[in-house]
Design a protein around this ligand. Structure first.
Ligand code: PLP
Length: 406
């Protein structure tokens, strides 16, 4: 976080971190932010730090994101994680948060005021849709929701008072794909800030900042940590923007605990290996489901008939570990399939080592009204699956026996 912006103001990797194999990057990300000979950074499990003098205290309290003042303001273990987040996304700087929602809400609240307008994708993680519809609308921030797959939809919705374009790709839970380079170009042309939630792709599959997007939001709970044992979030962008967001982190208070920062650091070391396996298994299982007579529709950007396939091929290195499917007979039939699964676990969340499956309309997207779900194309029977690290043949056998329950 303390690194200077690159000389040309470019978002690309810093000069001392040339582009590398993602596995190399993940193993070493953040190393420059901690001293000493310990390979694993120490956990600074402290809420506060001693001042050397009154002047030292005054200096710390007037600085931006000090690392050793008070853990809500910054923490040395969390600084290592923030450096790692920035390097993994190819951005200049990052902030770590206690959850993906804390990251997304803080980033958005730093960008908008009453009277401003936002253009957002119509299919997002439900908490972010709730932020725009339930929190920001009463504060006088109007949001226009657009179909991210419709060419020209974002451009048509931009107004003179639009301050933010907010997208998520692949989208939760429909896997709709947004063309990030087009959104970024629109933002630059109209002077509108762009944020992409990169949770579902992970930085192993998509690097939105390299495509011109101004900032990335991550639920690090998912692929970055990868072990279903921590809630965490990140924002990544230019140093000047991160410095603007930090006061909101300090005021809203969504900092991570130092121990959670350390756990995410440990988890992200293996992310490229995990994601490579999840990409391959998800494609295999998506193909199996697409050929199954009881499955009506499979949503997976790696399938050639997915509406976002061509864009996904351009902007994703792998098609990700998330898929969704719909069975004939809608919700009631979907419920029978979920309850018949033996290996895949019926639970919310995603991006971990275990395969998880949920019915989106009654769980992850239940906080939305039926109209909000319909606006985002979230079918009432849609089953969302996060593919884990189990053997793909074992998972196929499990889905096969569960579908036989129909
Ligand atoms: N963004 C996306 C795309 C998500 O899927 C989620 C959670 O599922 C979030 C944000 C929120 O993250 P968290 O649960 O870490 O607050």
């Amino acid at each position: 976080m303390t690194d200077a912006p690159t000389a040309d103001g470019d978002h690309g990797p810093r000069d001392d971190h040339p582009r590398r194999d993602p596995s190399t990057l993940a193993v070493h990300a953040g190393a420059s932010a901690h001293d000493g000979s310990a390979l694993s950074p120490p956990v600074f499990q402290t809420s506060t730090f001693r001042f050397d003098s009154a002047e030292h205290g005054a200096g710390m309290c007037s600085s931006v994101a000090p690392g050793e003042l008070y853990t809500r303001w910054g923490n040395p273990t969390t600084k290592v994680l923030e450096r790692a987040y920035a390097e993994l996304e190819g951005g200049e700087a990052a902030l770590a948060f206690a959850s993906g929602m804390a990251a997304g809400v803080t980033a958005v609240m730093a960008m908008v005021r009453g009277g401003d307008h936002v253009v957002a994708a119509n299919c997002l993680y439900a908490g972010m849709t709730e932020l725009f519809d339930r929190v920001l609308a009463p504060l006088g921030v109007e949001t226009t929701f657009v179909d991210p797959g419709e060419p020209g939809a974002f451009e048509a919705a931009v107004r003179d008072n639009t301050k933010l374009l907010y997208v998520e790709t692949p989208a939760n839970p429909t896997l709709a794909i947004t063309d990030l380079a087009t959104v970024a170009a629109l933002g630059r042309a109209r002077g509108v800030f762009t944020i992409a939630d990169n949770t579902w792709a992970s930085p192993c599959n998509t690097r939105p900042i390299e495509l011109g997007i101004d900032a990335v939001v991550q639920s690090a709970t998912k692929y970055l940590n990868g072990h279903s044992d921590v809630i965490a979030g990140a924002v990544v962008g230019k140093q000047t923007w991160i410095d603007q967001v930090w006061p909101y982190l300090k005021i809203f208070g969504g900092c991570p605990s130092p121990h959670d920062s350390w756990l995410v650091l440990r988890g992200l070391r293996t992310m490229p290996l995990r994601v490579e396996r999840q990409n391959a298994s998800a494609l295999t299982i998506a193909r199996f489901l697409a050929a199954h007579p009881s499955v009506d529709l499979v949503h997976y950007p790696g399938l050639p008939d997915h509406p976002g396939h061509a864009i996904a091929r351009r902007q994703m290195k792998g098609f990700g570990g998330m898929l969704a499917f719909e069975v004939a007979g809608g919700f009631e039939a979907g419920k029978r399939v979920l309850e018949a699964l033996r290996l895949a676990t019926h639970a919310v969340s995603l991006g971990g080592i275990e395969t998880l499956a949920v019915h989106a309309a009654s769980t992850t997207h239940a906080p939305l009204t039926p109209e909000e779900r319909a606006r985002g194309g979230i079918g009432e029977g849609l089953i969302r699956v996060s593919i884990g690290l189990e053997g793909p043949e074992d998972l196929i056998a499990d889905f096969d026996q569960a579908l036989a329950a129909l």
